[in-house]
Design a protein around this ligand. Structure first.
Ligand code: SOE
Length: 389
C-alpha cells in the first residue's frame, strides 16, 4: 500500500452492515491500487460501550455517540450510513450539506418523499464536487457485473424476459424474534425493501432497463413474534414479550420494463431451505444468463448461436483475472465470497471521488428503486392493479 491522499471515513451504525462495510474499507486499499486511501477514522453509534467494542474489533480509530458532531468535523471526508432506513434521510442530507461524500445503505430511504429530498440534496452537493452513492452491493459481485457486460455486448441478443428472486428463510420459524427489519417505522417495508430492492436493482443493472409499471401483492405470514432480547446477526434471542410484525413477509410482483419486456419478481424471507438466493435470469433472443448469489463465483450462460448438438447452459467460473474486479485478488481460479462486494463498493466509491466523477448507483438510481417499491405497495393495496412507477 503506497501513501496517497487520505479520505477519512466516519461510519454511522455498527450492526451486520457495519461489519460488512468495515471489512470493505479495511481491505479495499490493501488489494486495489486506489487513487486515494480510505482511513477508518470514526465509528458512530448511540450505545457508547457497544460502539467502542465494535470500533476496537474492526479497527476504527475513534468513536462518537453524536453523528451531528462528527459530520461537523473538518477531518471527515466520507460519511457511510449503515443505520436502519428511518435515519438515512436526516443523516445523508446533513452530511451532504456539510460537504461530505455519502455512501448510504439500501434501500435509500423509507419513503419516496425522503428519497426525493436525499436526491435533491445529492444533486445540489454534486455541483460542489460532493459525491454520493447507494449501497446496492450485489452489482459488484464479479459474476453479476460480468452478466451485465455480456448483456450489454449483445451476447444474449435482445432481452425478452426477466425472472428475479431474492429468497431467504431466516423468518420461516414463526418464533424467530422481532428485529428492526420487521418494524415498518424503522425499515419502511419488509422483504420488499430489504431484499426485493436488491432484486430490482440487479435486474435493472444487468438488463440496462428500468421498470415503469408493476402489479403486485404483499403478504405478512406471521403477524406476531417474540420481541428481541439480544440481537445477533440478522436475528438474536427472544424475550417473553410479544410484538406486532408491521411489514410484509412476502412480496410478489410482475413488472414491465421501459422497453416493454416483462419481468417476474419474488422477495421472501420464508423460502424454507433458501439461504441467500438472489437470482436473476434473463432470456434473450439468442441466449440467456442466470446469476445465483448462492453460487456467486459462477455465471450460467446459454449461447443459442452455438452448434445445436452442444448447446446448453454453461457454468462459467468467474474467477479469472479477465473478469471484473478479480485480478486484484488471488491467483486465477481462487474464489471470492459475500464480503468482497463491500471491498469493490469501497473501491468504486473512492475511485469516483478521486476522479471527480458521479459514482453509480447514484441517489437518483436509489430513488427510482424506491418508486418501484412504492408502486408495488400501492398496487398490493389496490387489488394488484397495474401501477405506474
Ligand atoms: C437481510 O435480509 C439482508 O441482510 C439484507 O438486509 C442485506 O441487504 C442483504 O445483503 C442480505 O440480507
Amino acid at each position: 500500500m503506497t501513501t496517497k491522499a487520505p479520505l477519512r471515513v466516519a461510519m454511522v451504525g455498527y450492526g451486520f452492515m457495519g461489519a460488512a462495510h468495515s471489512q470493505g474499507w479495511r481491505v479495499a486499499p490493501r488489494f486495489f491500487d486506489l487513487a486515494a486511501t480510505p482511513e477508518m477514522t470514526v465509528l458512530v453509534g448511540r450505545d457508547a460501550e457497544r460502539t467502542s467494542a465494535a470500533a476496537e474489533n474492526w479497527g476504527w480509530a475513534e468513536t462518537s455517540t453524536d453523528w451531528r458532531e462528527t459530520i461537523a468535523r473538518d477531518d471527515i471526508d466520507i460519511v457511510d450510513i449503515v443505520t436502519p432506513g428511518d435515519s438515512h434521510a436526516e443523516i445523508a442530507i446533513a452530511a451532504l450539506e456539510a460537504g461530505k461524500h455519502v455512501l448510504c445503505e439500501k434501500p435509500l430511504a423509507n419513503s419516496v418523499a425522503e428519497a426525493e429530498a436525499m436526491t435533491a440534496a445529492a444533486e445540489r452537493a454534486a455541483e460542489r464536487g460532493v459525491r454520493s452513492m447507494v449501497g446496492f452491493t450485489y452489482r459488484r459481485v464479479p459474476a453479476a457485473t460480468f452478466a451485465r457486460d455480456l448483456v450489454a455486448a449483445g451476447r444474449i441478443g435482445t432481452v425478452r424476459q426477466v425472472r428475479a428472486q431474492y429468497l431467504q428463510d431466516w423468518l420461516s420459524d414463526a418464533e424467530a424474534p422481532m428485529t428492526w427489519r420487521l418494524d415498518k417505522s424503522l425499515a419502511g417495508s419488509g422483504s420488499l425493501g430489504d431484499i426485493g430492492a436488491h432484486a430490482i436493482d440487479l435486474a435493472q443493472f444487468i438488463t440496462g432497463n428500468r421498470l415503469v409499471s408493476v402489479s403486485g401483492v404483499l403478504e405478512t405470514l406471521v403477524s406476531e413474534r417474540p420481541l428481541l432480547a439480544d440481537a445477533r446477526g440478522l436475528s438474536g434471542t427472544a424475550s417473553d414479550e410479544r410484538g406486532q410484525v408491521t411489514v410484509d413477509d412476502v412480496a410478489l410482483f410482475t413488472g414491465r420494463f421501459d422497453d416493454g419486456v416483462l419481468g417476474s419478481f419474488e422477495a421472501t424471507r420464508f423460502a424454507t431451505g433458501r439461504k441467500n438466493a438472489l437470482r436473476v435470469e434473463v432470456s434473450g433472443s439468442t441466449g440467456a444468463i442466470a446469476f445465483d448469489l448462492e453460487d456467486l463465483n459462477a455465471l450460467q450462460f446459454f449461447d443459442g448461436t452455438a452448434d445445436a448438438t452442444t448447446q446448453g447452459f454453461t457454468k462459467i467460473l468467474v474467477t479469472e483475472p479477465e473478469h471484473p474486479y478479480v485480478a486484484a485478488w488471488w491467483p486465477a481460479g481462487h474464489m471470492l465470497g459475500y464480503e468482497h462486494g463491500f471491498s469493490h463498493q469501497a473501491r468504486d466509491f473512492v475511485e469516483a471521488i478521486a476522479a471527480g466523477e458521479q459514482p453509480r448507483p447514484s441517489f437518483a438510481d436509489g430513488l427510482q428503486v424506491q418508486r418501484v417499491l412504492d408502486a408495488v405497495e400501492q398496487s398490493s393495496g389496490n387489488g394488484s392493479a397495474w401501477t405506474t412507477v
